[in-house]
Design a binder for this molecule. Structure first.
Ligand code: SF4
Ligand code: SF4
Ligand code: SF4
Length: 248
């Protein structure tokens, strides 16, 4: 009743399709009460069917081998070394291949079931790889990020693309430019900000020359934006002092 993956679970679909009412292991149940305190992935091993997909994707796609099957028979479970809390790259590939609710992103829990979410396709803004993202939106909030297998990144993401979305609805997010006035940052209009930037850059250039100015672009901007940025520094300001945080 409380499984997050209800309606989006291969095991549930197959059990329904084959009209499974009971199983020959009735009475046997894997119990796994330990809570994993890692920041991103909820591991509920009572819902695990030991298909091994998470182990293989972690080893063969991600090359991390953070998890494996530990124990035998009904004590067998997917586990990090020595049953410690998961401590890995948190790419979430294991979450994306898990066919049940055994692996879930912690940020998505109780935020909207599959039938309630709207899917929107977009491109990851974090780096130049430009992975395709599918945003799952519920009540006008991004609650989960996945990626489809037929994309340029074949559905695989890194931790930033898959789990780095809480900034979107953060109350701390800056939505307007800020200018420091009398030692305090205050909100300003874009017109006022552009005027301020022009005035300051012109004054520095006049007093100290164009090479007293330098610009740091961002890997989170598009290629086109970064092109315009360097063009602005070279052609408008007159300096080659332009750099770029190639790795964010
Ligand atoms: S999040 Fe990535 S690195 Fe961590 S266990 Fe899953 S697949 Fe392996
Ligand atoms: S992918 Fe999910 S169901 Fe399969 S072994 Fe891993 S945790 Fe269990
Ligand atoms: S930050 Fe990660 S998910 Fe985003 S485009 Fe780069 S590699 Fe892909």
């Amino acid at each position: 009743m409380v499984c997050e993956r209800a309606g989006d679970c291969t095991l549930q679909e197959l059990a329904y399709f084959y009209n499974i009412r009971s199983n020959r292991f009735a009475g046997e149940r894997r119990q796994y009460t330990k809570k994993d305190l890692n920041p991103f992935i909820e591991r509920d091993m009572e819902k695990c069917i030991l298909c091994g997909k998470c182990v293989r994707v972690c080893d063969e796609i991600q090359g991390v081998t953070a998890i494996d099957i530990a124990g035998r028979g009904f004590t067998a479970k997917i586990s990090p070394s020595f049953e410690k809390d998961l401590d890995c790259e948190f790419c979430g590939q294991c979450v994306s291949v898990c066919p049940t609710g055994a692996l879930m992103g912690k940020q998505s829990i109780c935020k909207g079931r599959q039938k309630d979410v709207k899917e929107v396709e977009t491109v990851c803004p974090y780096c130049g790889c430009g992975c395709n993202l599918t945003l799952h939106i519920s009540r006008n909030e991004v609650v989960r990020v996945t990626s489809k297998p037929d994309t340029i990144n074949e559905g695989w993401l890194c931790v930033k693309g898959r789990f780095g979305f809480s900034f979107i609805n953060s109350p701390d997010r800056l939505k307007n430019p800020m200018i420091r006035k009398d030692g305090k940052l205050v909100e300003a209009s874009w017109d006022e900000t552009f005027g301020y930037i022009t005035e300051k850059l012109s004054a520095i250039k006049e007093k100290h020359g164009a090479d007293a100015i330098g610009g740091l672009a961002s890997a989170r901007c598009t290629n086109e934006e970064n092109y315009l940025f360097q063009k602005f520094f070279r052609a408008a300001i007159g300096t080659n002092n332009v750099d770029h945080c190639a790795r964010y």
